[in-house]
Write a protein that binds this ligand. Structure first.
Ligand SMILES: [Zn+2]
Length: 388
């Protein structure tokens, strides 16, 4: 296949954005930054895309790039599946799962790489790269291939075979680093500088989650009261809060839902900091959770994520791996398939309900970031450990 064909329509003549995009700004010091910046030039913190609320009438209108500069495999427009049995169990009005596993490569990462790869191409990149726990590398490879450029993913040895295989299938270069995610981060870029980084914390990755927030509101008649998201790098939490705030400013929502970060307790830097009222996460020295996609001990957007949770009136919740796996199996029986990653939201919302986080009138949305069948082996071994 001629891999340049699909990318040929994407402009490479300087950054093209829609009228709704005002620019980038820093999540820590608030300074404006040029669209080409990837970290704040003043303080080094994570940047976000600023949208003009007056120019945003719908989720689609908040897309950062014009159609001719877009890289897409039809990501987004995922279903919001009602799970009435879970609502009954928790004692709330309504529970629905936003099933991001239905994206092209089976994860929420597709929303992020659609934008980050498009931004990279507009900067003239012919190769993008990211460290990843697995799904991000797969998605980056898929979107780079779609755009007709090269990619590299740097993953830890514990990354699932499925992700490694699909990076190769999409024609990406894959580097497997012995150890865990932080070892992959350390190795990222060593001895190979010939790529444009689309690593976690990239402002257009975060903008992918902003689009998710707007789509969530467009899916419903009323604004949800709470959103529970299983987080790793924290950038989705930041993008969600930005999106909900933008919707309020644009008159598309009544209020910003409370945002809850759910993490496995063996690697819960963001959830623990939010629950403790700390200003930023403390990196975890010895992370050890079975939920590989969420084993991110030093999250790139950690501090910004805490600010986003606090601004929304939300909180953090950390749950044991055993409860996560059981919640995933339970979730599969009553709703859309969830794996260990999505099960973290189910286990998290149960723990939050036990702590009295919700009222009987609350409408709660859980985000399932990864297709359940991608993590079938974890669920199967959990059943086997129970003698099933
Ligand atoms: Zn700054």
């Amino acid at each position: 296949m001629d891999r340049t064909t699909l990318g040929a329509g994407v402009r490479r003549t300087g950054m093209q954005t829609t009228a709704a995009v005002r620019g980038l700004s820093c999540t820590a010091c608030g300074e404006s930054a040029a669209l080409s910046e990837r970290r704040c030039p003043d303080c080094g913190a994570v940047l976000v895309v600023d949208f003009d609320a007056d120019a945003v009438e719908s989720a689609a209108a908040a897309h950062p790039f014009p159609a001719e500069a877009t890289v897409s495999i039809d990501e987004g427009a995922t279903p919001l599946v009602a799970v009435p049995e879970l609502a009954d169990e928790l004692g709330v009005e309504r529970v629905a799962i936003k099933d991001e596993g239905r994206n092209p490569t089976g994860s929420l990462a597709d929303r992020k790489f659609a934008l980050a790869v498009a931004a990279a191409i507009q900067e003239g990149a012919d190769r993008v790269g990211t460290p990843s726990t697995g799904n991000g590398a797969q998605s980056a490879a898929a979107y780079a291939a779609r755009a007709g450029i090269d990619s590299k993913g740097v993953v830890p040895s514990r990354c699932p075979f499925l992700n490694k295989a699909m990076v190769n299938v999409h024609g990406g270069d894959m580097y497997v680093v012995e150890g865990r995610y932080e070892d992959a981060v350390e190795a990222f870029g060593e001895g190979d500088e010939a790529f444009t980084s689309v690593a976690p914390g990239h402002p257009f990755r975060t903008a992918g989650a902003t689009a998710l927030a707007l789509e969530l509101l467009a899916d419903r008649e009323s604004t949800p009261d709470a959103v529970v998201h299983p987080t790793g790098h924290g950038e989705t939490l930041v993008g969600l809060q930005r999106g909900f705030s933008l919707a309020v400013d644009a008159g598309l929502a009544d209020a910003v839902p409370r945002i809850y970060a759910a993490q496995p307790d063996a690697c819960a830097p963001i959830a623990a900091a939010a629950a403790d009222g700390a200003a930023e996460p403390v990196p975890v020295d010895h992370p050890d959770t079975i939920v590989g996609p969420l084993e991110v001990p030093d999250p790139a957007a950690g501090r910004a994520a805490i600010d986003a949770i606090d601004a929304s009136g939300g909180d953090g919740v950390a749950v044991e791996d055993k409860r996560i796996l059981q919640a995933a199996v339970d979730g599969c029986e009553i709703g859309p398939e969830v794996g260990a990653t999505g099960g973290t939201a189910v286990a998290g919302v149960r723990a939050l309900a036990d702590d009295g986080a919700f009222d009987a009138e609350d409408e709660v949305v859980l985000v399932n970031p990864v297709a359940g069948s991608k993590e079938a082996d974890l669920l199967r071994s959990h059943l086997m450990s129970l003698g099933m």
